[in-house]
Design a protein around this ligand. Structure first.
Ligand SMILES: O=C[C@H](O)COP(=O)(O)O
Length: 284
């Protein structure tokens, strides 16, 4: 397996995984099914050369009670786990909440913040999302910062809206403490839970804008922008290089589909010959 340019010996610039593939299980699976899923993903990850080499960064965000076991199972296979949400304080009289400090103690390495469902159902706004982003940094968790426009419009409108959401979160977080690496998940809200993702051209154009903006921000050299919203097998191969990977939901519920996506991501990096790919699995 050849290494991409930024990971070859002597290469200059940040050493960062060349692809990022994340899965949020939302509240779809109960305890036992989540465990079973993590075991299957771990088996796939353990056998996958690009995950083992670190060229693909793979994480799963399970329902919170499963986090300690998920982190242990995935951690043995070169993958990782995290939380779908955290509170903005680390401890105190906040009934029912879970802080980033506890998530880190449980083995979590990522904290999703600002998902469209949190914004819409739980009324989270830019202020709250900024505070949660700060809590993630403070506790050594990589925030998976979700941004996305409400309705389908032009690329320019989407870039403007999402850039504002990124800036709102990062500016507030940086006013509270040092920033660190961030994974920005660009998820157009109209494409979440839909039959199909946004078009590859649209995704590529919006993320090119967001990635260029992210590069201008202090402390974000290693940060990446990935796409979510009905993503599944067959998509990543059609996306431009600025799109660092995928944030998957329903169409990764079948571990075989996730395996196909990992293969496609590796193929896109030139790490796997197309002829070695198995047939693309159907959408779960
Ligand atoms: O967190 C994941 C995203 O919201 C995408 O979910 P979906 O692929 O089921 O639309």
């Amino acid at each position: 397996m050849s290494l991409p340019a930024n990971r070859r010996a002597g290469a200059t610039g940040p050493q960062r995984p060349s692809a990022v593939i994340g899965v949020s299980l939302k509240m779809y699976f109960g305890y036992e099914r989540t465990l079973e899923y993590c075991r299957e993903v771990a088996t796939i990850a353990f056998a996958h050369p690009a995950v083992q080499s670190g060229d693909i960064e793979l994480f799963v965000l399970p329902t919170l009670p499963v986090l300690p076991e998920a982190a242990r199972i995935l951690g043995t296979a070169g993958a990782a786990a995290g939380a779908q949400d955290i509170f903005w304080e680390d401890e105190g009289a906040f009934t029912g909440e879970v802080g980033g400090k506890t998530v880190a103690e449980l083995g979590g390495r990522y904290a999703e913040v600002g998902h469209a469902e949190r914004r819409r159902i739980f009324g989270e706004d830019d202020r709250v999302i900024g505070l949660k982003t700060a809590a993630a940094y403070r506790n050594g968790l990589t925030p998976v910062l979700c941004v996305g426009e409400l309705q389908q419009g032009s690329v320019e409108e989407a870039v403007t809206r999402c850039t504002a959401e990124i800036d709102a979160a990062l500016n507030r977080a940086q006013s509270l403490g040092p920033a660190a690496r961030t994974i920005v998940a660009y998820e157009p809200q109209w494409a979440i839970g839909a039959p199909e993702p946004a078009t590859p051209q649209y995704i590529s154009a919006v993320i090119a804008g967001l990635d260029a903006h992210l590069r201008t921000l202090p402390g974000q050299a290693d940060s990446r922008v990935i796409y979510g919203g009905s993503a599944g097998p067959g998509l990543i191969s059609q996306l431009d290089p600025a799109v660092a990977g995928l944030f998957l939901g329903r169409f990764a519920h079948d571990p075989r589909a996730l395996k196909t996506i990992l293969d496609e991501a590796a193929e896109r990096l030139g790490l796997l010959e197309p002829r070695l790919l198995e047939p693309v699995g159907g959408r779960a």
